[in-house]
Write a protein that binds this ligand. Sequence first.
Ligand code: TRP
Length: 335
Amino acid sequence: MKARVLSGIQPTGSPHIGNYLGALKNWAKIQYDYESIYCIVDLHAITVYQDPAELRSRILELAGMLLAIGIDPKHSSLVVQSSIPEHAELAWMLTCVTPVGWLERMTQYKAKVEALATASSEASIGDGMLQYPVLMAADILLYQAGIVPVGDDQRQHLELARDIAQRFNSLYNKEIFVMPETHLPTVGARIMGLDDPEKKMSKSTAGAAHAVSLLDPPAAIRKKIMRATTDSNPAVDYATMGAGVKNLLAIHQAFTGWDDAAMKQHFEGMRYGDLKKTVAESVVAAIEPIQQRYAEINAEPGYVARVLQEGAERVRPLARDTVEKVKQCMGLFTP
Ligand code: TRP
């Protein structure tokens, strides 16, 4: 039996090359080695206000994009979190065994609260923001996933999921939950913002030249990369290069697969204008076939919706089974 993998991505903003190189490309690669479940986590997205029409279209856009980058619905279950009510159901049960102090200590929660406190809008800190990692634990534990590929920024949430599982098992004195393995991508680059190479490229960061979307037309890709922040040198110098130049090289290397020696031989001493042109062309060339598949996928009416429905039908019995076990275990009503 193959080990089960689960990962999730929020349907906010447009998926970009940082998502692709850092996570999604790896999802497509490992799907043949595991039984994989990939989850579009719309319930996580609404922990901050989302425009309803936009959220609805982002979910389908993201599903289409996951298929376009190579998630194969014959091998992987592609599901939308809110279409499987057991996610929210289990999350509540886990919430009741999770000490609130554990949640208040989460660094991502603290950062979000801080950011909202300084924002001038009437944006409020919903309870869901605190519960966010419990819902993530529910996603994982619902399917008894053994392996959870996530980036470094999700490591603390994954450890919390383990802590919650352990606490539940010991509180009810039963091995209900499989302990998920912390799994950090061995492959996959950490791509930084083009405008701010000290920060990870993010879907929710505004700014015209921050991220290259997987749906950007070639002209926009070229324009954004030509505008990327570099440093005060005129040309690539491996000994002294700053974060911006490093990031451009990382993007090129991740898309082309060149080894370090080939990279250095090609780029050392190259002027930044030429570096950017070269990188832009490698990005355009790599994204073009993805966009072509995306167009084909969307040209077939109802295809994406059907994939999502089949995915949900396949995994729902697993989710049902876990929730029934947990209800039994806790003494909840199970007619
Ligand atoms: N919180 C994750 C992120 O922002 C997304 C996520 C939700 C997730 N549920 C998950 C990742 C379960 C892995 C497993 O990246």
